[in-house]
Write a protein that binds this ligand. Sequence first.
Ligand code: ARG
Length: 462
Amino acid sequence: HEGALWGGRFDTGPSPELVALSRSTHFDWRLALYDIAGSHAHAKALAAAGLLSFEEEAELHRGLDVLTQRFTSGALKPDAQDEDVHGALERLLVAEVGPEVGGRLRAGRSRNDQIATLFRSYLLDHCRVVSGAVLDLVGALRTQAHDHLDVIMPGRTHLQHAQPVLLSHHLLAHAWALVRDVDRLADWIRRTAAESPYGGGALAGSSLGLDPGLVAAELGYGGPAANSIDATASRDFVAEFAYVTAQIGIDVSRLAEELILWSTREFGFITLHDSWSTGSSIMPQKKNPDIAELARGKAGRLVGNLTGLLTTLKALPLAYNRDLQEDKEPVFDSIDTLEVLLPAMTGMVATLTFDAARMAELAPQGFSLATDVAEWLVRQGVAFRDAHEIAGACVRRCEQLGCDLPDLSDADFAAMSPHLTPEVRSVLTVEGSVASRTGAGGTAPVRVREQLAQLDVAVARA
Ligand code: ARG
């Protein structure tokens, strides 16, 4: 096969079984344009080192441009014998410019430094896409939070009613987690775009006087890697990317799980838009939160991609080993997954309608104002240990009577503690409770309005 990049020392060609196992074109072909960009840059480095004439360099750029056009139109394809994207593209380039010129391009580079570079470039581009899609979801949460600043809901811990909070406060909690993920991606970009492995060769660098700094600059990297072994053998940039995408999956799944719960009859907090929910093939009445369920399910897949990759990397000796070919499919899958999942989540969140009356009705239930009673007592000078006991006794009394805290009479309160004067009723409304939580980061409307502005600043920086 004329596309093989090796063969001189072999008496026989590879067995069909080896070819079948070895082939990676079915997943690495998506790196073709990055490989071509690397080849353009490498041709410049070869010319700068005097290893290509001006005409030869121009002919290589022309051939690479033809390959780019044919790739973009969908006409460029690897064949069944091509081992990987690098071999396929060299075969196709040689077919375009001839073996004399085409055969010069490989000098001083190896698939090992090539793949380490292309893979970075691909992830850098898609990182920006994923970041944008996460920010779109943040935007949808922010708009819903902004539009529902007057809605109070039951805040929960242990999934039990805990304290009333603003719906906006809760929605923004999800937004902040996602903003941190975007920040993680930005941090990853900074580190990953700093160093180009190109020029590392197979592992030891080049003897041909090539300038890896030139290639790095051409490809948009800060500079060449400091160590050719590290450049070709390390994949922590892949693992870190897989972690951040898994974390995005986890954060989205936590939002998804709540939306699934909130859309049940028992909660009744939200209604999904028809265009963003699904029906049942047998039960005519059904309206299901499939987007949220797929988000929950795909989080498992994103975590699996991370663990699979880390397991591949564990205890690999330096430098390049063929095991490293297994590093691509997991993160390609994570990217593909998020690039379809995030827009669907965004659309679902943007079109949610909230049942404010239902939330308001449930917000004070489950004695969610007991903390307010205790803290009111503290403001009257009672020690918190005592205040906690007194408020707890109020709850016990309510359970005996089968009522809620505001239903207790003045006499009931006075019987519990002389400190419990009728003024305690000022905190026995959910509005009073929420308005009182004015500490930094609290759920008081005044703080949540500030939080929207803080979020806008963080998003503008992202
Ligand atoms: N296709 C390989 C990969 O994805 C790169 C080729 C390196 N192969 C080699 N035999 N050194 O990692």
